[in-house]
Ligand binder design. Structure first.
Ligand SMILES: [Zn+2]
Length: 325
């Protein structure tokens, strides 16, 4: 994603934090959490929301830092998967296999590992803050906003698809019996999202007008990326998950697999460069709603590690077991 899209989405994650948690679900069963659990977690979500709002001046820098300051794009902003469907008999190129069918070639990025590790480091920072005051709340909130970058990138189809990286003539690490798409598409599609976001983000004072060309009116795609916290049907589209203490890495890998599947729809296997412009607007909506939801899911996971409300999961499971027996 591009600069302003990252800022816009981080802000939407904060705006929807409290409302979104009202629709909290469990990742395995896809069942809604019990209302008692939701009430308790929402109370914490409200505190976190206020805290993030307090530091909202740093969103712009923190949510973009991984791209220009840390510059770890090729290592950690992607998880380039391939399957036998687009590259038949290519399992020998797999350095890792996920869920039996999803292969990762060498150098295919470690996005889920980064999110899992960074999220644990951030919640540890808060433990240290409480113990010996070594980390400030500002430093911790900076990291909350910074991790948003990696979470957002996990939803970009091109970031989870090996076909986005055609091999050079010398490269022997990637399969060749299938089709890659032209590497221009990655930037082009992200620019379509950025152009849709800019007028809305300016109108909502999330970003500032810096150049004359920023003052364009909303385009046809803008309505797909608009999420207003006072609109109840927009709120219904936000569906965060209560991830277990040990489940974050698996959750992120599953998310990258979902993103890969979206990429197979957007860039058809037989002719990937001829991408599907018909499904693109609806898919944009789905992707943006899922991003906002998952910012909330991971943020509340980090916050919950300190507050240790992960035991609610257990309570809920026991409760639903008792009801069914
Ligand atoms: Zn990035």
């Amino acid at each position: 994603m591009k600069h302003n899209t990252h800022i816009y989405l981080a802000m939407k994650g904060i705006e929807f934090l409290y409302v979104g948690l009202g629709n909290l679900h469990y990742p395995r069963s896809n069942k809604k959490a019990a209302s008692k659990t939701i009430t308790k977690i929402r109370r914490e979500g409200k505190i976190l929301q206020r805290m993030l709002m307090h530091y909202k001046d740093i969103i712009s820098e923190a949510s973009w830092a991984p791209d220009d300051i840390l510059n770890d794009k090729s290592q950690y902003h992607t998880f380039k998967l391939f399957t036998e469907r687009e590259f038949p008999q290519s399992s020998s190129f797999a350095k890792e296999i996920h869920k039996k069918d999803y292969y990762r070639a060498s150098g295919g990025g470690g996005l889920p590992y980064k999110v899992d590790h960074l999220a644990r480091v951030i919640s540890d920072m808060d433990k240290l803050r409480r113990y010996n005051d070594r980390c400030t709340m500002q430093q911790i909130m900076y990291q909350y906003l910074m991790i948003s970058h990696y979470i957002v990138d996990a939803h970009v189809p091109m970031h989870c698809d090996l076909r986005d990286d055609p091999p050079s003539a010398k490269d022997k690490t990637k399969p060749r019996n299938g089709k890659y798409y032209t590497d221009k598409l990655h930037g082009q599609i992200e620019q379509l999202w950025e152009n849709a976001v800019n007028p809305i983000a300016i109108k909502e004072s999330i970003i500032e007008v810096k150049r004359k060309k920023d003052k364009k009116p909303p385009n046809a795609l803008s309505k797909q990326i608009r999420f207003n916290v006072t609109n109840s049907s927009h709120c219904d589209e936000i569906k965060p998950y209560l991830i277990s203490e040990r489940g974050l890495m698996e959750y992120m890998i599953d998310l990258c697999i979902q993103t890969k599947e979206r990429s197979l729809l957007l860039f058809p296997i037989n002719d990937p460069t001829n991408w599907d412009k018909q499904i693109f607007p609806e898919m944009t909506r789905e992707i943006f709603a899922q991003i906002i939801s998952n910012l909330i899911s991971v943020w509340i996971w980090m916050w919950g590690r300190i507050k240790s409300f992960n035991h609610f999961m257990f309570e809920d499971i026991v409760f639903s077991y008792m009801k069914t027996t």
